[in-house]
Design a protein around this ligand. Structure first.
Ligand SMILES: Cc1ncc(COP(=O)(O)O)c(C=O)c1O
Length: 386
């Protein structure tokens, strides 16, 4: 055998007896079968063996198991982004003639997916008020096949009547899916409350670094998982082992990071609520915020994410100047990383009718010292007055 061949066929055994805190990175497109009989007997749907890189390696299987544990679920699928996780659920469960119900404050791209892609396949959608479970019940008809729930809602941060909405879905026999990105498996127990599917953008708190895009779809029902798994396979979805490793490395600190962001965000939200420039703070854990009673009923924590509405005397351009004047807060969308973020939103362009008049800024609180963040907000607010 020539050296070039020997380099390829050099014996390799994964290290036995090697134990360490972090999981190894196993990367593969091809997975070898020991013989033809094993190849013929393979079952891509089962996790009792490895068949193809796209269908999982020891690294991605471990991450799936840990996310299922985090969510209180039994099975989990990984996909390349949070939005891909939403799309997987929609595509697996909906077909021509079906109706999807979305909360009025749903993550924007989820609604765009429904408006553009699902509509082309003959799937309709309507928006419901996440604070009104009775109104949701009245909307459900024979064509309704899936209800998405988001807690808290994107940007305007209303906390839904989680228990009421899930009871309605269950009573009417409609599959419910929760976007648990805000709760991250830390703030509340989505399955215990009655959800059928729990999705997360692992991009946010589970990664926590601002450097990975990934999504998860977790279930407790084997038949539902199988349906999702088949669509996952047909679409060729999978995640890179290096990215899975980054999330695995971050998971042990998830609860600590979540608690730290929660504490800083509540302090800053309370501080901002007392400022004359701010008309209203939208933070589910603050009394007076929409859905606060629902948050209290279901949650033990809150994410480091909140929005503020500026006093009516400030125009959008003034508020843009405030955001530009921030020095520690950076301007960017994907939240839950180490760096605090601020994004101005134009509500009128997002929702009709706009739930609030006036300019809104959403903050994601990172791990900077909270007094430094306060000083940064203070200096930017003072420039707004000037
Ligand atoms: C609530 C929510 N769901 C889903 C997503 C989508 O996640 P990704 O950026 O990984 O596609 C986001 C991203 O901002 C989000 O905020």
């Amino acid at each position: 055998m020539k050296p070039s061949t020997r380099l390829i066929h050099h014996p390799y055994r994964p290290p036995a007896g090697f134990d360490a805190p972090q999981v190894g990175v196993h990367k593969a497109s091809t997975v070898f079968f020991p013989d033809v009989a094993t190849l013929r007997a393979r079952d891509w749907r089962q996790k009792n063996g490895y068949t193809y890189g796209l269908h999982g390696t020891p690294t991605t299987f471990t991450l799936e198991e840990r996310i299922a544990t985090l969510e209180g679920g039994l099975q989990c699928l990984l996909v390349p982004s949070g939005l891909a996780a939403i799309a997987l659920v929609d595509q697996a469960l909906l077909g021509p003639g079906d109706e999807l119900l979305l909360p009025a404050n749903v993550y924007g791209p989820s609604r765009e997916l429904a408006r553009h892609e699902l509509a082309r396949w003959g799937i309709t959608h309507r928006l419901y008020d996440p604070l009104d479970a009775a109104a949701l019940a009245a909307m459900i008809g024979p064509a309704t096949k899936l209800i998405w729930i988001e807690a808290a809602g994107s940007v305007t941060m209303e906390f839904p009547d989680l228990q009421g909405l899930l009871q309605v879905a269950r009573a009417k026999g409609v599959t419910s899916a929760i976007d648990n990105t805000w709760g991250a498996g830390v703030a509340f127990d989505a399955f215990a409350l009655g959800a059928d599917i729990v999705m997360q953008a692992l991009t946010k708190y589970p990664s926590g670094g601002g450097d990975v895009l990934m999504g998860s779809v977790t279930t407790r029902d084997a038949a539902l998982h199988e349906r999702l798994k088949l669509t996952h396979m047909h679409l060729g979805l999978g995640v890179a082992a290096n990215d899975a490793e980054l999330v695995l490395r971050s998971l042990p600190s998830l609860a600590l990071r979540y608690a730290a962001a929660d504490a800083s965000a509540r302090e800053l939200a309370t501080w901002l609520a007392a400022r004359p420039e701010i008309a209203r703070v939208l933070h589910p854990a603050l009394p007076g915020s929409p859905g606060h009673a629902h948050w209290r009923a279901s949650c033990r924590a809150a994410a480091g994410l909140f929005s503020v509405l500026f006093d009516a005397r400030f125009a959008g351009a003034d508020v843009d100047r405030f955001v530009d004047a921030l020095e520690l807060f950076r301007i960017g969308f994907s939240w839950a990383g180490p760096v605090s973020l601020a994004v101005p939103y134009e509500l009128a362009a997002m929702r009709q009718p706009a739930p609030y008049a006036g300019a809104l800024v959403r903050f994601s609180i990172g791990f900077e010292d909270v007094e430094d963040l306060k000083a940064d907000l203070d200096q930017a607010l003072s420039r707004l007055r000037g």
